[in-house]
Design a protein around this ligand. Structure first.
Ligand code: HEC
Ligand code: HEC
Ligand code: HEC
Ligand code: HEC
Length: 258
């Protein structure tokens, strides 16, 4: 190994071959050069330099068209309802950055990090590294095999300390147990004791009402009157709201139609 490392750096490069194969058995040869999937520098047999900015195998599946890993990642995006906040394959709510754009510009390691240590209003899905890697591949596949989305809907802006939040009905009555990304008022609530309610009425939220039905304004009202009527195992207590407060509450869940 030491001997290999001492060889002139341009040796393999000058013969038009990848120097990676000095240490690795080639694979996926008909899919292109090693560096097209793994990055790194294939002009040198010095590992430290060859591995500069290396992309690990588990993040490289998306380069292979029709990869089953990408398909699993897409199923996970559906199952975990990422689209209640993100757009992906041009479908979803624009409450957070579009994953179609992340797929074009993002780096595997950063995307992995964003899912493992999520931002303030993104839920922690408690996924293992294999699950996260499949999501990363599904997101990066958007940049690989599709043209970048044009006219992507601009993301709703989140205000941290807006006066809209002070005295907001959601903050007062729900925020000590729930979080919500609201198109009108930005990020509301401060606790993960109950589910993150972002995108509740959009159809992208998990269909958890009653017998696996989507949520709407009438169903939310019934739920607040008595959760036990809807789900006999519900832990949430009824929430009594003053006249007018209920209409104000619903505004936090509705899209901003300015
Ligand atoms: C001098 C020998 C050497 C060269 C040259 C070399 N590698 Fe490696 N590579 C290794 C060794 C040893 C490992 C095992 C892990 C480690 O020690 O970093 C490894 C690990 C890897 C891994 C696995 C990393 C992971 O975390 O999954 C990939 C992918 C890889 N190399 C790709 C490449 C590519 C692509 C090139 C050319 C641009 C290259 N290597 C050049 C020796 C080399
Ligand atoms: C079309 C994309 C693609 C190309 C081209 C490619 N690889 Fe890979 N590589 C992958 C994928 C996907 C994996 C993980 C699955 C697997 O092991 O097959 C991987 C895994 C590896 C691993 C094992 C790392 C690990 O995580 O265990 C090494 C080492 C590696 N590749 C080196 C190379 C070298 C050297 C070349 C060039 C001869 C190369 N690869 C070309 C996609 C590619
Ligand atoms: C409740 C809303 C919400 C849900 C659900 C959600 N996220 Fe997020 N996500 C966010 C917010 C907020 C950010 C921070 C960036 C922003 O404000 O747009 C973020 C950031 C990210 C980023 C970083 C993007 C970048 O370009 O920096 C990735 C990747 C990501 N989310 C993936 C996912 C995946 C995968 C899922 C589903 C498993 C998911 N998110 C579910 C709210 C959400
Ligand atoms: C004291 C804590 C608490 C408060 C306050 C609270 N909730 Fe909940 N909520 C929960 C918990 C815990 C759940 C999880 C489901 C269950 O077991 O009841 C829940 C579930 C829900 C659900 C069902 C979500 C799903 O996916 O099943 C909705 C909708 C909901 N709450 C709306 C609200 C709204 C709107 C308010 C304010 C008016 C509110 N909650 C106030 C604790 C609370």
């Amino acid at each position: 190994m030491l001997l290999l490392a001492a060889l002139p750096a341009y040796d393999a490069f000058s013969t038009g071959q990848s120097a990676c194969v000095a240490c690795h058995r080639p694979h996926q040869v008909c899919q292109g050069a090693c560096v097209s999937c793994h990055r790194g520098d294939d002009r040198t047999e010095r590992k430290e330099i060859a591995h500069h900015d290396l992309v690990a195998g588990r993040f490289a599946h998306y380069h292979i068209e029709g990869s089953p890993v990408v398909e699993r990642g897409k199923k996970l995006i559906n199952g975990l309802a990422c689209r209640r906040c993100h757009r992906y394959e041009k479908k979803g709510n624009p409450l957070a950055v579009s994953l179609d754009l992340t797929g074009v510009a993002g780096k595997a390691r950063n995307i992995h990090h964003s899912i493992r240590d999520p931002a303030l209003y993104m839920p922690d899905f408690h996924l293992n590294d294999i699950q996260i890697a499949t999501l990363v591949n599904a997101i990066l596949a958007r940049g690989k095999f599709t043209s970048p989305p044009v006219n992507e809907i601009p993301i709703a802006i989140h205000f941290m300390e807006s006066e809209n939040i002070q005295g907001n009905v959601f903050t007062l009555h729900c925020g000590k147990c729930h979080k919500l990304l609201s198109e009108k008022f930005g990020g509301l609530g401060s606790s993960n004791a109950g589910p993150n309610l972002s995108g509740l009425f959009s159809g992208f939220y998990p269909w958890t009402y009653g017998n696996a039905e989507p949520w709407d304004t009438e169903r939310l009202k019934k739920w607040l009157d008595n959760p036990l009527d809807i789900n006999k195992n519900a832990l949430m207590q009824p929430v009594r709201l003053k006249p007018g407060e209920r209409e104000q509450l619903l505004q936090s869940f509705l899209p901003d139609r300015r």
